[in-house]
Design a binder for this molecule. Structure first.
Ligand SMILES: [Zn+2]
Ligand SMILES: [Zn+2]
Length: 140
């Protein structure tokens, strides 16, 4: 049976559906994720072709020259991270409705973490190890 995962923003104006498996969750401690989310992020990802997004309040912020972040401009929820030209979309796990069915198994950019918290006990990887076909070794 094919897995269907649904998610939405805080106000409900933006919703999405993912058909098929999600990547295990990666934590990102980069300064941009911390600014955008208020702390560090936890994201899964899936092929863009498997994701259907609805909602006119979804807006995209170009957070760097190679990536953009999707958020709801009604409630401010952070929803997506998309390296440009990539065929996958990262989905911030807090927006998933119910159980995502995958767990945290890695973290990136620990060198940019804030000094007000300890890193969780999961393996540190490079962004290039997360299944992106393009991308960067720089945070964004
Ligand atoms: Zn919203
Ligand atoms: Zn980040």
């Amino acid at each position: 049976m094919t897995t269907i995962t649904r998610g939405s923003c805080l106000c409900g104006n933006v919703s999405y559906e993912v058909v098929g498996d999600l990547r295990p969750i990666c934590l990102c401690h980069c300064s941009q994720c911390r600014k955008a989310s208020g702390h560090y992020t936890a994201a899964t990802s899936a092929p863009i072709s498997n994701i259907t997004i609805e909602g006119a309040s979804l807006k995209w912020f170009d957070s760097s020259t190679y990536a953009r972040r999707g958020f709801c401009d009604s409630c401010g929820s952070s929803l997506f991270y998309e390296p440009l030209g990539e065929k996958r979309l990262a989905i911030f796990c807090g927006s998933i409705d119910g159980d995502p069915g995958v767990s945290i198994d890695s973290q990136i950019f620990v060198e940019e973490k804030g000094d007000y918290y300890a890193t969780p006990d999961v393996k540190v990887v490079n962004q290039s190890e997360l299944g992106w076909s393009v991308g960067s070794d720089d945070a964004g």
